[in-house]
Structure formats: C-alpha cells, structure tokens
Design a protein around this ligand. Sequence first.
Ligand SMILES: [Zn+2]
Length: 345
Amino acid sequence: MKEKLEQIQKEGLAKIETTKTVEELQEVRKELLGKKSALSEVLKMMGELNPAERKEVGMQTTEMKTEFANKLDQKEEALMEAKSVLDEPIDLTLPGTKVGKGTLHPITQMCYDLNDAFLSLGFEVFSEDDISSEKFAFDNLNFAEDHPARQMMDTYWIEGTENKKANERLCLRPHLTGASVRYLLKHGAPARFVYPGRVYRNEDVDSGHERAFFQYEALIVDKNISFSSGMVMIQTILEKVFGRKINVRMREGFFPFVEPGYEIDMECLVCGGKGCKVCKHNGWIEVMPGGVIHPNVLKSAGLDPEEWTGFYINIGLERLVMMRYGVDDIRLFHSADLRFLDQFK
Ligand SMILES: [Zn+2]
C-alpha cells in the first residue's frame, strides 16, 4: 500500500508539473482530486486494512490531497500570469466599449478663462519650461543670497547641476516669476503678458497646500503704470472670471521682486463676506500677491528703472477655483478622483 501511495504521489506531481494550459490543468485536477481519482480508489480499499494501517493510510492520503491542491493552485496562478492577452482570439467585429465624454479639469478651465480675459485686454500668453535655474528663479528677482526660499527645504534642486559661478544650478521652478525677466530680455518693453504654469515646493501637504500647484502670473511694464492701474487690472480680471463685480482689498505684503508689495484679497463668494468655513470666518480670501516691479528686477531684464515701471499679479489658480465652486480642500484637484471631477462636467 505504501508503495502504491508513493507511486500516486510521484505521478500526480509530475503531471501537474508538465501541464501547459489552464484548461489542461482543470482535467488534471479532476484526475487527482475527483471521485474517480487514484486516491479515492485507495480510500475505498481501506476496509481491508487493520486499524493501525488504516490510520496511517488515512493520514497519508489527506496530506497528499492537500499537497496536490496546493501545487495545482500554484501552477494555475503561474499559467494565468504567463497567459498573454494576445493568446486570446480577437473579434474585431464586436462593438467597442462605450467611453464617456471627458471634460476639462476645473483648473485648466480656469486657466483658459483667465487667458481669454487677459487676451481681451491685449496681453500675450507666454510659457516657459518647468525646470528653471537659480539665476532666473532667484538672482534676477532680487532674492538675497541667504533667502530661505533658496534652501533645500523649499526648492527642489536638481543634483549634479551646481555651477555657482554661472548661476547654473537648476531647480524645479518654485514660482513663475523667473519667466518675467526671460520674456523682457527677449521682447523688451513696453510689455503686457501672462505666464501660467505648474510650480513645485517642498511643503507639507494639507487641505490648503500641495507640493505641485498651478500659478498664473501677469505683468505689465510701461512708462506710466500706477498702483491704480494695477488695481483696475485685478478688478477687471476677477469680474470677467466670476461674471460679476468682486470686492477687492489690498494689504501690505513683502516679496523680494516688488516694491511696494501687496497681498490682494477678494470678498468670499461662498458667504458674500459674512464669514464661513472657506474664508476661515473673516469674509475675505487671499487670492494673489502683487505689486510694483522692483528696480533691481528691471535692471536684470536690461531695462532702466528711471524710465520703466510695472505691476505684477500672481494668482493661485487652485485658490481661485476653490472660490468659484466652494471647494474646501486643495488636495481634491490632484486626486484623480472621478467622483469629484465628474461634478464639473
Ligand atoms: Zn466665506
């Protein structure tokens, strides 16, 4: 009996091993574990054995069944993995799977709306690479040598590009402002242009901050740009985007590339200025910093600060979209969660 069992085990395992297809394996499974299997035949003969032998054979057959089942499962998994979709015959006459019509991401939509608004005011749309250099991201923009934004904690530096002398240390752009000097160096003044894009900062992610987010920056450079023309530009743009008059206020703000600089707030549209969760109960939302271009930045752009002046605004696109739809968590925009995105169809 013992030899017989060993024989069944040897043959069974060899059969599993040499099986080539999933279908074939199903047959082998039946053969090894089914009612007519060699093991079942052995169990039928148990009555002829003495109690001690019966116990031992019983244990052996149970162990073998488990071993066969495990090996069969392993083999099936291996065969399934190896099976390529190309092995399946393809019926080209079958109707295709219906795919729903997509829509623009709300941030892209906002960017296009702003482009329309600025183009109608005579601005040009300019775009730059996501990779910038220390020279364009900081030096040209009047950032001090020891400004914290230059450090590793904020900016993603690209390793192996340190050539301090030529200011060639490359980075993922931490803001868009570098593009302003690049544009002015190429096109000169007067100029009015916008440059939307994604920027990168090594920040802790929370409901109001992301490591990569979208900005939209605009700059006018001319001979007689006043603070009030900057204010008119902001109000016009917000009105075009939101379709109605928006109350705006300016507070003092400090950014190296502007003098004076401002924080520009708009009235919270979710609560109409009364105070709600989105505006943290103060009725105003900070949407953009801005200000008068710093003389040192004009010099970097090859312009005479005595002759030229200009006004920047830098819009956080996510912030504006959050305002437009009353969304209270910035992370939703990059989550690729269709339940969220479908709402903007
Ligand atoms: Zn509010």
